[in-house]
Design a protein around this ligand. Structure first.
Ligand code: ZN
Ligand code: ZN
Length: 329
């Protein structure tokens, strides 16, 4: 059983998960072929993964067989153990059972890696799968939080080349997320304004960190970007739950994100990145102080001693300069 352990002095939490050690690492990262006999995520290799829990597929096709566009399966090497019923947790303890959800969203039947190789319709299907699974776990479990994330490239920690993202549901709200929520709530109580809506207004007024804008979305390099070319994407209209984003703006988001990844690939030497989606914890239905958002964090170098020892990162490219480069592509 995986465990969530807490360091008694620093309060840092860690998922101890021995099963993860057994996961295979894909070797070659060539996308010349659109299928790979050894890839568990390719169409035709459905038997190599656990059975699907959700899929967008052609109506005449059958479950766990070819004919799908997006397929969601439980992670074969989960960081947490999946159960639907969660017993009451004693949060004062330093060790919690690592209970949760860990799913893989296989984004295309083709053996390609990034969202620049997917069509906008395919990305829209992936976003729709995120919504379905987030709302499923919100509705059907006692979990407190779920994050959707995507690692692309070896430098970003990806173990499989084939385009995929993951959903990890947890029995607690991670401290970093809880900290952000407390700060946002405090801001709301003092000003009766959403701090993220404020951030959009400020970035639009100032303009030097804006990367791209559309009628519905805005993307900018955050003022305190943790690494070079970090991009934050927010909907212009206040919304706290990604799962409730209607189909039309979701389709627009798919195109907007693809454009951002095209810009990143032109600016970066190695197109490796972490991407994650922050939506409302499951304990609330809506919030005035919280605004769902996406973070894209390109990974040009590894986290090293200074970062581990202090919790700070060193960003060698000021966000104003990074935004200018990304904007002018
Ligand atoms: Zn594949
Ligand atoms: Zn807002």
């Amino acid at each position: 059983m995986p465990e969530i352990r807490t360091d008694p002095l620093t309060g840092h939490r860690v998922l101890i998960s021995a099963e993860r050690a057994n996961r295979p690492m894909a070797t070659a990262a060539s996308s010349c072929d659109t299928s790979d006999a050894a890839c568990p995520f390719c169409e035709g290799n459905e038997q190599e993964t656990p059975g699907e829990v959700f899929a967008i597929r052609n109506p005449e096709s059958t479950i766990d067989r070819p004919g799908w566009k997006v397929r969601v399966v439980p992670n074969k090497f989960p960081a947490v153990s999946t159960v639907h019923e969660l017993l009451a947790l004693d949060l004062t303890t330093l060790c919690l059972p690592g209970i949760g959800a860990h799913e893989v969203i296989i984004e295309t039947p083709r053996h390609v890696a990034g969202w620049t190789e997917l069509s906008v319709a395919e990305i829209d299907d992936v976003l729709s799968a995120y919504q379905a699974r987030l709302e499923y776990w919100r509705r059907e479990s006692n979990l407190k939080y779920a994050i959707v994330f995507k690692n692309l490239g070896y430098e970003a920690g990806a173990s499989q080349f084939h385009a995929h993202s993951q959903l990890l549901g947890l029995p607690i709200v991670p401290e970093q997320v809880a900290h952000e929520h407390r700060a946002a709530e405090k801001f709301w109580k003092q000003s009766k304004r959403c701090p993220y809506c404020d951030q959009i207004a400020q970035e639009q007024a100032q303009r030097d960190r804006i990367v791209a804008e559309s009628d519905e979305f805005v993307a900018f390099c955050p003022f305190a970007s943790r690494l070079a070319c970090q991009i934050r994407v927010l909907p212009r209209q206040h919304a706290s739950r990604f799962g409730l984003l209607p189909a039309q703006p979701r389709r627009a988001l798919a195109g907007f994100l693809q454009e951002l990844f095209i810009r990143l690939e032109r600016v970066l030497v190695i197109p490796a990145y972490n991407f994650w989606l922050q939506t409302l914890p499951f304990s609330s239905l809506d919030a005035n102080h919280f605004h769902w958002h996406i973070e894209i964090l390109p990974r040009q170098s590894n986290i090293a001693g200074f970062e581990w020892g202090t919790g700070y990162t060193i960003n060698q490219i000021p966000p104003e300069y990074a935004a200018q480069r990304l904007r002018n592509i």
